[in-house]
Design a protein around this ligand. Structure first.
Ligand SMILES: NC(=O)c1ccc[n+]([C@@H]2O[C@H](COP(=O)([O-])OP(=O)(O)OC[C@H]3O[C@@H](n4cnc5c(N)ncnc54)[C@H](O)[C@@H]3O)[C@@H](O)[C@H]2O)c1
Length: 355
């Protein structure tokens, strides 16, 4: 089996659904269930014995050791993190605790577990660390996209905490020989994304005729990748990526924030013409402190070495995403109202694995 941390969050839950649709191998999902963790994302797996949920904090060393000893995974994929830049500006300590200290605990317990394996299992073992393009800092308008050898220059507490965790992961390969791989991916979007992030926030606000807050002049540029393409990249990297390497993952879809918001509005104008044009709801708000101007990712290494290419273009992926939120408005309402916090109590009580 594989151990996934943070599997109740946005990308982690998409990854588990993706994995179990393609593979027969079970997944142990270790998640603390912070505000961003929502087991309702995995409701379709409630009766699936291949999904084993363990509520735990990656910072809880004894518990992580216990789970590894009991479940004996052949790989660990670390999604668990505090992930929202704005929250990191208001409270960086939590980011250091989970993203740095938690990752160190997980790494070190994984190293101990790995060292108990027989030789063949030891060389096949993988620790995949899921990171972000934000560790590379900000680009000028005409700079080339980030490559794996770009210098780290994190600018937000979130990016700094992810950069620190990436360095620890690297060190565990060089110092102890643990077969680690780090991925640095651009902005993901798709189903089950918590509505504090740009795209779901805009979809849900626009549907309710509420203002669409856009930071600064709206011209900050991000690269966007449909979450399913990120999941496919991670599955491929787990199978064939080289230990000790890092891989950039991106969609070659650079857009300004304003372009993204206008694209959401244009789709909603088609499907909800009563309230068109939705773009009149756009409101420019005071910029985020230290807001990076541009990120762009060169995924050439992953493309040439492992043959990965994104299957979804931005316009198609965005259309699917808007469609998903329209079809799953109850999920969105329960997330925004906080009702999803009850989901565990009512649906998962007594169903957690207690290794
Ligand atoms: N969302 C993006 O666009 C993006 C892009 C590149 C990389 N990433 C990285 O991918 C990973 C997943 O991102 P996401 O958007 O799904 O995040 P998310 O915030 O939606 O989910 C994070 C998950 O981790 C869990 N978690 C938090 N602290 C934990 C802890 N101490 N122990 C165990 N579980 C804990 C939460 O309960 C939640 O289920 C993160 O590491 C993030 O840095 C995200």
């Amino acid at each position: 089996m594989i151990l996934v941390t943070g599997g109740a969050g946005f990308i982690g839950s998409n990854f588990i659904l993706h994995w179990l649709a393609a593979e027969s191998e079970p997944v142990v999902n270790l998640d603390k269930l912070t505000y961003a963790g929502n087991l309702a994302n995995l409701a379709s797996l409630t009766e699936d014995p291949r999904h084993i949920f363990v509520r735990a904090d990656i910072g809880d060393r004894a518990r992580v050791a216990q789970v590894l000893a009991e479940q004996r995974p052949r790989a660990v994929i670390n999604f668990a993190a505090e992930s929202h830049v704005d929250r990191s500006i208001h409270g960086p300590a939590e980011f250091v605790q989970t993203n740095v200290v938690g990752t160190l605990n997980l790494l070190d317990e994984s190293r101990k577990h790995w060292s108990t394996l027989a030789a063949a299992e030891r060389s096949a073992f993988r620790f995949v660390h899921v990171s972000t393009d934000e560790v590379y800092g900000s680009l000028g308008a005409n700079d080339p996209a980030f490559v794996e050898s770009s210098a780290y220059a994190p600018n937000s507490p979130y990016a700094a905490s992810k950069a620190a965790s990436d360095h620890l992961v690297r060190a565990y390969h060089h110092t102890y020989g643990v077969p680690v791989i780090t991925t640095n991916c651009s902005n993901n979007y798709g189903p089950y994304q918590f509505p504090e992030k740009l795209i779901p926030l805009m979809i849900l606000n626009a549907l309710q005729q509420r203002p669409l807050p856009v930071y600064g002049d709206g011209l900050n540029v991000r690269d966007w990748l449909y979450v399913e393409d990120h999941c496919a990249a991670l599955r491929l990297i787990l199978a064939r990526g080289r230990p000790g390497q890092t891989y950039n993952v991106g969609g070659r879809s650079e857009r300004t924030n304003l372009e993204v918001v206008n694209a959401v509005c244009a789709i909603l104008d088609e499907v909800r013409p009563d309230h068109a044009p939705h773009a009149t709801l756009v409101q420019f708000v005071k910029d985020r402190p230290g807001h990076d101007r541009r990120y762009a990712i060169d995924a050439g290494k992953l493309e040439t070495e492992l043959g990965w290419t994104p299957q979804e273009g931005f316009e198609g992926g965005l259309r699917k995403t808007v469609g998903w939120y329209l079809d799953n408005i109850e999920w969105a309402q329960s997330v925004t109202s906080g009702d999803y916090r009850q989901w565990l109590a009512t649906n998962y009580a007594g169903r957690e694995a207690h290794p």
